[in-house]
Design a protein around this ligand. Structure first.
Ligand code: ZN
Ligand code: FE
Length: 255
C-alpha cells in the first residue's frame, strides 16, 4: 500500500511533501524548504512530525531543519558523507541502507551530481521515490558539485527502478523543461503529447509532480542519450551515452 503523501507548494517553485505511515503514525517531511507551510500542512492533516528526511544540503531543502527540530523534537536523517552540511543531523545514512520508517522502510540511494552528498529515498514496497533535485519531470538537477559521469550514474540508478514508481521531485520546473526537451527531441510523440498535458495542468494551476520512472524514460531528454534524434541534435551521433548526457546538460544550462 502506498504511503500517504501530502504535497504542497513552498517558496517560489519548491514542493513540500509530508509522508505518513498510518499504523505507527510516523510522519516525515521530505526536506524543509519552508517552515510555515510545513507546519500548516501538519495542522491540516493532524499529523505529528517525527522525521525530517533530507535529500541534500541546499537552503531550499535543509533551511528549516533547525526550527522544525526544535519545535517537534523530530529526528533529522541525512547523508553520512555530507553530515557536516545537514543542520541538526541525527541519523547518518549510506547507499543501500534500509531506513526504517514505522512499519515500512526506505532504501537509501546515493545520487551525487547536483551536490556531492545528494541522496534519494525509495520506498520499494509502496513504489514511491523522493529524489530531491536529482531528477525532475523532464529534467535533472544542475551539476553544481558533480561531474557529468557522476550524475549520469545517478540517473541510471534511478532509471533502474520499476517503471510504475511514482517520483516526487522537489521543484515545479516542468513547463520550462518541456520547452527544452522539445528543442532537442522535437519528434518524440510521447513528449509532444506530454507537453500538451503539462500546459493544460499548469493553465489550471495544477502540479505536474509526481511523475513516474516509465514516463521519464519515454520523454526526459537527460535519461534518453540513446535516442538517435537527441544524439543528432547535440551533434554526437554514435557517441557514448555519458557524453551525450553531458552535452545535453550543457545545452540546457545555456537554453
Ligand atoms: Zn538543490
Ligand atoms: Fe532545490
Amino acid at each position: 500500500m502506498a504511503l500517504d503523501v501530502y504535497q504542497f507548494p513552498c517558496l517560489n517553485d519548491n514542493y513540500g511533501f509530508l509522508i505518513h505511515e498510518p499504523v505507527s503514525g510516523c510522519t516525515a517531511t521530505i526536506d524543509t524548504p519552508e517552515v510555515e507551510p510545513i507546519n500548516r500542512a501538519l495542522e491540516d492533516k493532524g499529523w505529528h512530525l517525527t522525521h525530517i528526511l533530507n535529500t541534500h544540503h541546499h537552503f531550499d531543502h535543509a533551511g528549516g531543519n533547525e526550527a522544525l527540530k526544535k519545535q517537534w523534537g523530530c529526528q533529522v536523517v541525512g547523508a553520512a558523507n555530507d553530515a557536516e552540511r545537514i543542520p541538526g543531523i541525527d541519523v547518518r545514512v549510506v547507499d543501500g541502507e534500509n531506513l526504517v520508517f514505522g512499519k515500512t522502510s526506505a532504501l537509501v540511494l546515493e545520487v551525487p551530481g547536483h551536490t556531492s552528498g545528494h541522496i534519494a529515498y525509495y520506498f520499494a514496497e509502496e513504489g514511491q521515490a523522493f529524489v530531491g533535485d536529482t531528477l525532475f519531470a523532464l529534467g535533472c538537477g544542475r551539476l553544481f558539485e558533480g561531474s557529468p559521469q557522476q550524475m549520469w550514474t545517478s540517473l541510471e540508478k534511478l532509471m533502474a527502478l520499476p517503471d510504475a514508481t511514482r517520483v516526487y521531485c522537489a521543484h515545479e520546473y516542468t513547463q520550462a523543461n518541456a520547452a527544452f526537451a522539445l528543442s532537442v527531441e522535437p519528434n518524440n510523440p510521447a513528449l509532444i503529447e506530454r507537453a500538451k498535458e503539462i500546459d493544460a495542468l499548469r493553465a489550471k494551476g495544477r502540479p505536474t509532480v509526481p511523475t513516474t520512472i516509465g514516463l521519464e524514460r519515454q520523454t526526459n531528454p537527460f535519461v534518453r542519450p540513446m535516442s538517435e534524434e537527441i544524439q543528432a541534435t547535440v551533434g554526437l551521433t554514435g557517441a557514448q551515452w555519458v557524453d551525450v548526457f553531458a552535452e545535453t546538460r550543457r545545452r540546457k544550462d545555456n537554453f
